[in-house]
Structure formats: structure tokens, C-alpha cells
Design a protein around this ligand. Sequence first.
Ligand code: GLN
Length: 276
Amino acid sequence: MRANKHNIFVKRLEAANIRNAEREVIWLACHALGISEAEFFTRESFSHSEISRIDELITRRESHEPLQYIISEADFFGRDFRVGSGVLIPRHDTEVLVEAALEIFRGKSGVKFLDWGTGSGCIGLTLLLELGDSFAYLLEASSAAMSYARENVARYNLESRVKFSYPENSESLDLIISNPPYIPTREICELMPEVRDFEPISALDGGVDGMDFYRLIFSDTCGFLKRGGYVILEIGDLNQYHEISSLQNFSNGFRFVREFYDFGNFPRCVLCQKLL
Ligand code: GLN
């Protein structure tokens, strides 16, 4: 009976074209019942009410609601972050931005940075946890997203090391880091249903060429950067890579330093430096 039920749930997710159906059923069932995987596998049977609790989550997943929204957690750089409707789910490819920052700042003390469009806070808070006595300014336009960022700040006891505002002083930052919305508007309709139908459009849509927020970040925040300070940006396509690496039109006073590659070997991140 138990195995049958499990199989029926797996078949339902497979029929909905969910790739990792078998694992997802286990995660969802454990979450629904608040039990460990070990307990899931050793349980002889499940009650009707337990099965209906699992069924409820399977139905949500069948409609392509992201797994992370259903279980309220997403892994980023080996740590769990609270997520849910209204905030972008951290992507593993975004970890390369953290790697890039650590390459420059690991071992340095007193690093001050701004995480523009922090969302769940995954980038900024990971950097705080990796860089000893650093301090973060976190900017987020969406109040829904901001409430997740605040929860994650509290979860990692970082209240004294963040401010949800612009810095007080100009030329005070060592780094501006951001995963801004960068998908060209016309491409939004082609995204996976998990992203297109559930994640906040304001975290995805970067305008006609996807470049709106890169222009804004450079014009809006650069005065806060020290001379010699760095900008680390996630990018979404090769056009964006070429525009930013040639630094045309929108970022006088910067030099392009290098790109960093994601797990799929795509140039996912660019590093620029404010000229002395
Ligand atoms: N990388 C995200 C995606 O795949 C997009 C995030 C963004 O626009 N910054 O949908």
C-alpha cells in the first residue's frame, strides 16, 4: 500500500513533466508530515489524513509551483534560506557571484558592501557569513521580498551587521554586488512555468534589452563606491556580457576586470572596478 501510494505520486509528477519526480515526492512527503527521510522509508503505513496532507503538496507541485516555495526553503552556498511566494528563489549559478567576491576580499577585514535587490538576502548574507567583520547595506524594492530577507537576517543572527538602506556616506563602499532583473521582457513568456507563473516578475524583467537595471545600478549607486572599489553583477546573456565588458554607454569611470563562469560554463558574472 505504502509503495503503491508513493508510485502513484511519482507518476502524477512525471505526468506533469517534473524531472526529479521520485526525489521530489520524498521531499514533499517528509515536509508534509514533518518526518525525516529515514522515517519515511521505515514507516509501514500512512494514515488517510497523512496521505491527504501529502496529496495536497503533490497537487501544488503538479501545478508547477516551485518545490522551494512549497517547502519554504532553498539551499544557497550550503546554507538554507527562507523563501516563499513573492521572492526570487536563490539559484546555484548565482553562487559564482559570492565566489568572485571571496576571491577579492577573503582575509580582508572591515569590508563594506551593498547588495542591490537583495531578495531573500542569499548573496549579501552569505558574504557576511563568509567575511568576518564585514557590513552590508541591503536594498530591496519589494516589501514581500524584504520580509524574507529580514527573516534570513534573524535566522543567521546578522541584525547588527546589516542596514536596509543606502549607505550614509559617499565613497564608503568596497563593493556593490547584485543579481538584478535581467531577462528581456519579450522572453519572459518563454520561461519555465515554475519561474514565469510563480516567481515575482519584478525580480526577472530587465526591460526591452534586459539592461535597465545595470544602467540604474551604475548611475544610482556608483557615488557610494570608493575609488578602486568593485562591482560584481550577474548577467543573463552574451549581449549583456558584451555590453558590460565593453563598458559602453553607461559606465564611464570603470574598467572591466574579468568574467566568472557558472556550472554550465556560461559567463554568469562580471567584475568591474571603479577607476582611481
Ligand atoms: N537566473 C534567473 C532565471 O533563470 C533570472 C534571475 C534574474 O533575472 N536576475 O530565471
